[in-house]
Design a protein around this ligand. Structure first.
Ligand code: HEM
Length: 387
């Protein structure tokens, strides 16, 4: 995946990727990246069609391998099999369930922000955007909070192995992830609690309890899908708000707009830039013939700034209605964690702005966005410290 991504994402991980997106859509809406590479699809209507037709654009494990030994559940299972896993998992991640979690998430966010609010400077990425979603995840699964650094190491080992001080293969990291969840499941079965791991151990699909392997395949995916994505969104949102003070003040002064702010920043930043598929049938998109067996990258970022589908797409408009962005994907594999993600984004932005309404990027900082998932390795902010 790394090789393919490096090739297809040229220009797309710039601080402002929109010019690169526009070139792709206008000049080559279906771009072939060469021998063994993926075809990159960038127009909104084409991307949406692909997302909605999994019988043509399959998500099975040929589309992407991220160190896992078996297909990830539910991401690498195509319909109709896919439906039964979503039926099981959707209620656990519903808007209602996430609302119950919200006070706890706010408390965690407030504690972290209080730790640096008087300092007048922080690394927003390292001190808040990265640890917060992971802490929420550990609590949700019922895992010990002292394992946080190890979790972050494992997730980075899969998502950005090249950035590690001591790189190991994704397969090696993958084995450590399975071992970690095995150990946690043993602990939960000895002493069940009110957490997701204990719950999964009791649940049934097709009238049979989930097997240990099925639970591991769900947990592996949750670890990779639920942590980096919220971190990246927080990085992208706060980097934008730090550099657009008028917009930030508007968002703070009109709290009723916050949901619109989040949706519009999800659209304009689209932190998960691409999703991957493999073709199960020949198909023609934007007059280009694609063949069964080809691998395909759907460029969600480019789709979300397509002027064929959005008015004035390069303008950030917090009042945009409707806002049918694809930041959470679309079709059957649309993000399972969207309610959790929105709740975390809202809680962090509100708690942060309540304590630190005026801030900017530290002088001289040049933000470097990673490809694939748009996050920064550091986001230094400065503000006037409280007296
Ligand atoms: C703002 C944060 C997030 C963004 C931008 C995001 C984005 C996405 C996208 C684009 C997909 C579609 C993947 C595809 O079609 O191949 C997806 C799927 C998924 N996401 Fe998220 N996600 C976020 C947060 C979360 C969280 C917090 C969780 C944790 C529960 C989560 C769990 C999942 C799962 C399990 C899938 C696979 C669903 C399926 O295959 O049916 N995501 N996400």
């Amino acid at each position: 995946m790394a090789e393919t991504e490096a090739h297809l994402l040229v220009g797309v991980n710039a601080p402002d990727p929109k010019p690169a997106y526009r070139r792709r859509r206008d000049e080559c809406p279906v771009l072939r990246t060469g021998e063994g590479g993926s075809a990159v699809i960038s127009r909104y209507e084409d991307v949406l069609w692909a997302l909605r037709h999994p019988e043509v654009f399959s998500s099975d494990s040929e589309a992407v391998s991220i160190g896992n030994e078996r297909p990830l559940i539910p991401l690498q299972i195509d319909p109709p099999e896919h439906v039964k896993y979503r039926k099981l998992l959707d209620p656990v991640f519903s808007r209602k369930r996430m609302a119950i979690l919200e006070p706890q998430v706010r408390r965690l966010a407030a504690e972290r922000i209080e730790a640096f609010a008087d300092r007048g400077v922080c690394d927003f990425h390292g001190e808040l955007a990265e640890p917060l979603p992971s802490t929420v995840f550990l609590q949700l699964l019922g895992l010990p909070l002292e394992r946080l650094p190890y979790f972050l190491e494992l997730k980075d080992g899969i998502i950005r192995p090249e950035a590690s001080a001591t790189p190991v293969s994704r397969e090696t990291t993958g084995r450590k992830i399975y071992a970690l969840f095995e150990e946690a499941l043993d602990a939960r079965s000895a002493e069940p609690g009110e957490d997701l791991l204990s719950w999964m151990s009791e649940e049934e699909v097709d009238g049979r309890k989930l097997t240990r392997e099925q639970i591991l395949d769900i947990c592996y995916l949750l670890l990779l899908a639920g942590l980096d994505t919220v971190t990246a969104s927080l990085d992208c949102f706060v980097a934008y708000l730090a550099q657009h003070p008028e917009r930030r003040r508007m968002a703070i002064e009109r709290p009723e707009m916050l949901d619109g702010v989040i949706e519009e920043l999800l659209r304009s930043e689209t932190p998960v830039v691409t999703v991957l598929r493999v073709l199960k049938q020949d198909v023609t998109l934007s007059s280009v013939e694609l063949k069964a067996g080809e691998r395909v990258a759907l460029l969600l970022g480019a789709a979300d700034s397509d002027e064929r589908s959005f008015d004035d797409p390069e303008r950030v408009d917090f009042g945009r209605r409707p806002n049918r962005h694809l930041a959470f994907g679309g079709g059957p594999h649309r993000c399972l964690g969207s309610h959790l993600a929105r709740m975390e984004l809202r809680a962090v932005l509100e708690e942060f702005h309540a304590r630190i309404p005026e801030y900017e990027l530290a002088p001289g900082v040049q933000l470097q966005y990673s490809p694939g998932i748009r996050q920064v390795s550091e986001l230094p902010l400065v503000w006037s410290a409280r007296a």
